[in-house]
Design a protein. Structure first.
Length: 237
């Protein structure tokens, strides 16, 4: 087993504490941690490799990392293409009249196919959020969305009407330094969750409509572990 470069792991994934060694040991054993590159999940998706007795949160970390890397790639590509076409993301200027769609709730500028949003683009919504990334058949697919409250979501998206919805594998970075990795649906997170606090701690469990539900495990930055049970956000044991 190779030695762990803990500082590199912390910088790469935002993890800290003694629990890192256990998580990464499992990830290497599953083949979802690239030791040469020093980053989680640059190989095949982890789900197909996870044994029944292995924490699902190892797979979650691997898959969210993949989604984040892809989202950042599409965001950078979209930003570059829009800039080269003269689009100013801050002022919404579109001097070269790149394809655009505007209605009562949003303004889109970017690629198109058969009159629909397609390819790289940016969309501003009247609720204050902004999405940059890739569109498919008129809908957002993968990229970065910054909401009015400062929360930044990276990963996969869908839409309901004119509302952008994080969907599938996503990460959320909050202004207070908290970072949430999850597989679920909606800005009010539902699904499996890894929540990294600014002080170096980690919480893993499941949320329903943004509230902890079921067994929740907390790891301190020194590696101490505490398990609690919640029901709809209420601590029951």
């Amino acid at each position: 087993m190779p030695e762990f470069d803990r500082e590199k792991i912390r910088q790469e994934a935002g993890w800290s504490g003694e629990f890192v060694k256990d998580v990464i040991t499992k990830a290497i054993a599953l083949g979802v941690y690239d030791d040469e590159e020093g980053s989680v999940a640059k190989r095949a998706p982890a789900r197909q490799k996870v044994a029944a007795d292995t924490s699902p949160f190892v797979a979650l970390a691997a898959n969210v990392k993949n989604a984040m890397l892809s989202a950042r790639s599409f965001t950078e590509k979209a930003s570059s293409e829009l800039k080269s076409s003269g689009v100013d993301i801050d002022t919404k200027a579109n001097p070269q009249n790149m394809f655009s769609v505007q209605n009562e709730t949003s303004l889109y500028i970017g690629g198109e196919k058969e009159g629909k949003k397609h390819g790289c683009g940016v969309e501003w919504l009247t609720d204050g959020s902004r999405f940059i990334g890739n569109y498919e058949d008129g809908k957002p697919s993968i990229g970065t969305c910054v909401y009015a409250n400062g929360d930044t979501f990276e990963g996969n998206f869908s839409s309901e009407g004119n509302t952008l919805i994080p969907s599938g594998m996503c990460s959320c970075s909050m202004p207070n330094g908290t970072q949430i990795w999850f597989e679920g649906q909606g800005k009010s997170i539902s699904g499996s969750v890894l929540e990294f606090s600014a002080d170096g701690g980690l919480v893993e469990g499941k949320k329903i409509d943004g509230k902890w539900d079921g067994v929740v495990t907390r790891y301190s930055k020194t590696g101490e572990t505490l398990k609690d049970t919640y029901s709809s956000g209420q601590l029951i044991s």
